[in-house]
Design a binder for this molecule. Sequence first.
Ligand SMILES: Cc1cc2nc3c(=O)[nH]c(=O)nc-3n(C[C@H](O)[C@H](O)[C@H](O)COP(=O)(O)OP(=O)(O)OC[C@H]3O[C@@H](n4cnc5c(N)ncnc54)[C@H](O)[C@@H]3O)c2cc1C
Length: 615
Amino acid sequence: LPHAAVKRQVSELRSSYDFIIAGGGTSGLTVADRLTEAFPDKTVLVIEYGKVEYAPGMFDPPTAEWGGAGPRAGSFIFSSLPNPEVKNKTAFVLAGQAVGGSSCINGMFFDRGSRHDHDAWAKVASLDPDTGAVRWDWDGVFPYYKKSTKFTDPTPGVVTKYGYTWDRSAYGGTTPIYSSFPPFQWGDFHVAREAWKDMGIRVVDDCAGGDKDGICWVPTSQHPVTAMRSHSGLGHYADVESARPNYDLLVQHQVTRVVYTDGISSGPPLVEARSLIDDSMLNVTAKAEVVISAGALHTPTILQRSGIGPASFLKTADIPVVLDLPGVGSNFQDHSGPRMSWNYSRPGNFSNTPSDMLDPAYAAKAVADFNMVPALGPYTLAMGNTAIYVSLPNMTADYMAIIDKMRTMAADDSAGTYLPADSDPTLIAGYKRQLSVLADFLSNPQAPSLEVPFATGTGFVNINLHPLSRGTVRINPSNHLAQPILDYRTGSNPIDFDVYLAHLRYLRRTFTTPTMQKYGAAEVAPGASIQSDAALLEYTKETMGFSYMHPCCTAAMMPKHLGGVTGPDLKVHGAPGLRVVDISVLPFLTSSHTSSVAYAVGEKAADIIIEGWRE
Ligand SMILES: Cc1cc2nc3c(=O)[nH]c(=O)nc-3n(C[C@H](O)[C@H](O)[C@H](O)COP(=O)(O)OP(=O)(O)OC[C@H]3O[C@@H](n4cnc5c(N)ncnc54)[C@H](O)[C@@H]3O)c2cc1C
């Protein structure tokens, strides 16, 4: 690391910093990179729980067990509370614990939110562009999606082979967070795509430009030549090109609290951290601001330990209330959905398929191919590159029954009964606002409700992009420094089950398309015998994937009277000198995987902060 200082010892730290960033993950390092670049005379300290990993590709596919349970190094591993609505099952969730955060361990699927997500986000957050408010609608965020990644065209040979399409006008960034298409697809990559075309789903050249209802090729966050994972620990730290003596990183420290020494109006707060090596504590002073970027599962823990959160909960956890902010750790969401599978009675002669990786000779060649320059072979594929995004109106003629239920719930007093019992009235008001905006959103034929990604083989992952159930992330009252308690509450709003069923009924049509029938496709799960709503509901509960590793929204950007935690400038309501910049600030999930959103939030936040401090 020739240009950036890695601080491992407390004695190496400066006596104070201009900016302190709690969490060196996807968003946090984006902000650190931009601030140190914009202000060479101001110092920035990032305090990160995990380790710094020098070698690009530390978490790349060749080091992982093929087809295994996925990466574990550099991860927080969670098991949620049992879900009463879903047979008391628990969610298995990972989050990144390394310099680079979850971008070090994610599936590298690099799609973006749709324009309708961001326009709805701005509505929920009560942002009216005509009033001069910071814009988080599509026009306000699209430039930051563009800025946040460097896209490289695939080679002509690869384009001809797989038919990749893209729209150059959706890109244009130069920062070394790479986005590219892999030089490999499994032999059956075209089957699901063709079947979906049979169903009338439109083909979109590139979904990165905001319009993503259709079949899309989705780039991978990987280097265009080496196919190595591109993550923020590289692109916004180790690979930063210019010298940055003002950019310090303290690793293996847990930010425990922010402390307002002279009361809440005395910001910026001190930052208190604990060494994970010897348990010693330290305080660091921020002269300008503190930015919390610890991700959706840990940002609320830092706030709650600091006495910033729902007063009723803080009291039960024996934490003095510094600021009653009911939204901290509320509004917890993740993508979820049941799976489907089928088999073929006349399988195509596809060369090659994932089962070839069970052949040691093929697997060894795959590793050798990946290590070539340029990289080749199956390991360049990460988790796949194709997906459909489908709206409710394009899925079922009955969609208005779902929308009407949402509108009724948003308008009457029942909404609160679907939130945790101790929810503050402001949270209920905010939830009603969300239901109302999401009802408009989901009735829009261009706004996706279902995503099916990674479609090769004989199984589908069905993602409900906009679940209505809301959970909580709270510190463990009996051990504040332990990992937080995740209460997913999946299915606590019963309308979600209507949506899962609509998705299943729609998607099972895939198996009867001419393309699938050419190979003798037959549905295995749910299976031909599972037809009634009751049977499908039972199937859904049995096979539900609770988390597609996109936890979000636990410090939502909404007004305080609607249960929000941050304003459009990412400042925590009522807490001077303190911002949250990470995936926690989303009011609700975007129609996408979330790393691109975390980068875009980081880029936009950095511009807001720079603007505020430019002399
Ligand atoms: C297994 C997995 C697969 C995924 N697959 C995809 C995918 O294919 N495509 C996609 O777009 N998205 C995917 N995601 C989601 C995406 O990567 C995340 O939403 C995004 O990276 C989150 O960014 P963030 O900045 O909010 O948090 P993170 O990047 O997680 O950063 C938070 C950082 O804070 C640190 N931290 C936590 N607590 C403290 C503390 N108290 N003190 C100091 N530091 C702390 C953590 O160690 C971490 O480095 C996946 C996520 C996971 C975990």
